[in-house]
Design a protein around this ligand. Structure first.
Ligand SMILES: [Zn+2]
Length: 405
């Protein structure tokens, strides 16, 4: 029997790598929830011990959504082990098709208050077929104060069978009033080795490539997978982090900034194209139309709406890709500093060792620290919606090896 055919226990928690403590908490909560349901059959059933509102936080890529989905599956599970991954409740929840589990996220900049109101309405309904009605807000940090306050009222007194799971990068991203009404669960950055072993096990990636990708992605599971599976993604990353090396003049800084934006746009397009056309086909199908009917006024209006939504999504995605590029650059300078200071720490960029060593030899720790500051400034300006071209040019100028003179 080959290694991959070996019999392993599968549970809903399997994809939540490197989060043993969180898994224990969620597993216990799922078992407690089950007990509540069983006791609930008697009039004396005490449902107060049940936590109806959760806040799951963790850095991007640590698996917030994966944790929320696994927990929802364990709540809906009808198997012997809560979260068996085999029963219909587990399978449909993991596949995002369970009728009583709703996933909410936004690819625009913020969740709209109308969406939240709609959710609150649904939260009042008893579960249709599952054990609980579960509402997962994957971008709970993307809410205005007003929207948060609308949501607050709903999570304060949820109906008996409703569970809200909010996900955000950190507790600081949420209003204190929301925070205080949720049970908080924090995820950590998973160790690179744990991410790599997931890629080997789940995606059949060679161990060596998996580990290099997990390190390069700084344990961001989705990015690690993309890097490990796609040589073009690895090349794009290489282009991004090597761009500042050749900058000496203002003209070169302008060009390097332009290039970085082009790469970010290309990467975004590559990622979105398939989804955009699938959405268009789906919309046409729903309208009972095909490409030849697009002169119909109603069809045209709906398509235009979709295109606008897709454009908003692309803007946010390009923004995220640029930020990710800056994080990649930070990692390079972090590695350079580790070598310059002879700390003996593992490199993040094992695949770019040459570049890192060269840079370490030709610059000083002082320059490296300035570079790190310049990249952090650029990230802050990006968040503050400064024009990308402008902030990247400034950053490229600050990264020049000669700029310390
Ligand atoms: Zn199950």
């Amino acid at each position: 029997m080959g290694r991959s055919e070996r019999c392993v226990t599968v549970t809903v928690w399997d994809e939540l790598v490197g989060q043993e403590a969180a898994v224990t908490v969620l597993q216990e909560a799922a078992v407690a929830a089950r007990r509540v349901l069983e006791n609930d059959l008697t009039p004396a059933g005490d449902t107060r011990s049940m936590t109806h509102s959760w806040l799951i936080t963790g850095p991007p890529g640590s698996g917030r959504s994966v944790a929320a989905r696994a927990f929802a599956a364990a709540l809906q599970c009808a198997g012997q082990y809560a979260g068996c991954a085999q029963c219909a409740g587990c399978k449909t929840t993991l596949g995002r098709s369970h009728a009583d589990v709703q996933f909410v996220s936004t690819e625009g900049t913020q969740l709209r208050v109308a969406e939240i109101r709609d959710l609150i309405g649904r939260a009042q309904l008893a579960p249709a077929q599952g054990r609980w009605r579960v509402i997962i807000i994957e971008d709970a940090d993307r809410m205005s104060e007003h929207t948060s306050n609308v949501l607050l009222k709903a999570i304060e007194e949820p109906p008996e069978r409703t569970v809200w799971i909010l996900c955000a990068p950190s507790v600081e991203d949420m209003l204190p009033t929301i925070r205080s009404r949720c049970r908080h669960l924090g995820l950590r950055i998973p160790p690179a080795a744990a991410v790599a072993s997931l890629l080997v096990r789940r995606d059949q990636i060679e161990p060596e490539i998996a580990l290099a990708a997990a390190r390069a992605a700084q344990s961001h599971i989705g990015l690690a997978r993309a890097l490990a599976r796609d040589p073009q993604a690895r090349q794009r990353r290489r282009d991004i982090v090597t761009a500042p090396v050749h900058v000496r003049s203002v003209g070169e800084a302008v060009l390097a900034a332009e290039q970085l934006i082009t790469v970010a746009k290309e990467e975004t397009r590559a990622r979105m194209e398939e989804r955009n056309s699938a959405e268009r086909a789906e919309l046409l199908r729903q309208l009972g139309a095909d490409e030849s009917d697009t002169r119909n006024r109603q069809t045209r209006a709906r398509l235009r709406e979709l295109e606008e939504e897709q454009k908003r999504r692309a803007t946010r995605a390009i923004h995220d890709t640029l930020d990710r590029a800056l994080v990649d650059l930070l990692a390079i300078y972090r590695d350079v500093l580790m070598i310059q200071l002879k700390t003996g720490q593992d490199l993040i960029n094992v695949d770019l060792e040459d570049l890192v060593h060269q840079n370490a030899q030709h610059t000083t720790p002082c320059h490296t620290l300035n570079a790190i500051t310049a990249i952090e400034v650029a990230r802050r300006r990006l968040t503050a919606n400064v024009q990308p071209q402008l902030l990247l040019e400034d950053m490229m100028m600050a990264l020049r090896p000669a700029s310390e003179n």
